[in-house]
Each structure stands twice: as structure tokens, then as C-alpha cells.
Design a protein around this ligand. Structure first.
Ligand SMILES: Nc1ncnc2c1ncn2[C@@H]1O[C@H](COP(=O)(O)OP(=O)(O)OP(=O)(O)O)[C@@H](O)[C@H]1O
Length: 118
């Protein structure tokens, strides 16, 4: 298959993100949390280093959610019926998202602590 031009590939990728925004509740919540962080970055005047830390963990969670959803969709195509193995794969995939969320909470507490309480 011929490779699509770069602008077409970008368009496809953004369509994927739009699909996530429209249909995935967890992703919507994580995008909401992302905008709260953007607000806090400006409101608390975070340093460049802390801003980068917050942005890395925010985008990490969003990317993990997207990969998790992709894995779930593939699972649903491969096996629409109940299957313990599919359940296990989906649980593992969801576990990956949880890990990124835990990291983001830890980083969030350590970063914002300095600006709010110190
Ligand atoms: N085909 C299946 N066979 C067995 N268990 C399944 C199957 N589909 C889903 N499950 C179980 O239900 C859970 C939720 O799966 P579902 O596809 O509904 O994802 P979801 O509600 O979008 O979850 P998430 O919040 O992780 O995005 C899975 O983690 C798994 O334990």
C-alpha cells in the first residue's frame, strides 16, 4: 500500500484523537484534568522545569488511554463474546493506564506542593 502524504497521516491521527474525545468518557475526564493543569501552570507561575514535568505526565496519561482503547477495540473485534483471556488482556492494558495515573498524581503532589504550601 502506498504511504499517504504527511498531512493526510496527521489528519488521520487527529481524527483518532477526535474520536476519543467524542466517545471515551475516561479520555474526556483526562482531557479535563489536562486543562485544569494548564490553568494551574499559569495561575501558580510554574517554572519551566515543573511545567515540563506536568506536561509529560499529562500527555503520558492521555497517550496510555489511547493505546488502552486501541487494544480494547482490537480485542472486541477478535473476540466479541466473553473470553477469560480477552478479559485478562484488557485488564493488563487498563493496568498500564492506572500506572501512568499514579505517576501523574505523585508528580502533581510533589510539584504543586512547593507552590501552594511552601
Ligand atoms: N470479551 C470479554 N471477555 C471477558 N472479559 C471482558 C470482555 N470484555 C471486557 N471484559 C472485562 O470487562 C472490563 C472492561 O472492559 P470494557 O471493554 O468494557 O472496557 P471499558 O469499560 O472501556 O474499560 P476501561 O475503563 O479500562 O477503558 C475488562 O477490563 C475485562 O475485565
Amino acid at each position: 500500500m502506498r504511504k499517504p502524504p504527511i498531512h493526510k497521516s496527521l489528519l488521520n491521527a487527529f481524527r483518532g484523537i477526535f474520536f476519543m474525545l467524542r466517545s471515551e468518557r475516561n479520555f474526556q475526564l483526562e482531557v479535563f484534568a489536562f486543562f485544569i493543569n494548564i490553568f494551574l501552570i499559569f495561575y501558580l507561575k510554574l517554572s519551566s522545569f515543573d511545567t515540563i514535568l506536568i506536561l509529560i505526565v499529562c500527555f503520558g496519561v492521555l497517550a496510555a488511554e489511547i493505546f488502552n482503547t486501541a487494544i480494547e477495540k482490537i480485542c472486541d473485534i477478535i473476540q466479541p463474546e466473553f473470553d477469560k483471556r480477552i478479559g485478562f488482556i484488557k485488564d493488563i492494558s487498563a493496568g498500564g493506564v492506572i500506572l501512568t495515573v499514579v505517576l501523574s498524581v505523585i508528580v502533581g503532589i510533589l510539584v504543586y506542593w512547593k507552590y501552594i504550601f511552601v
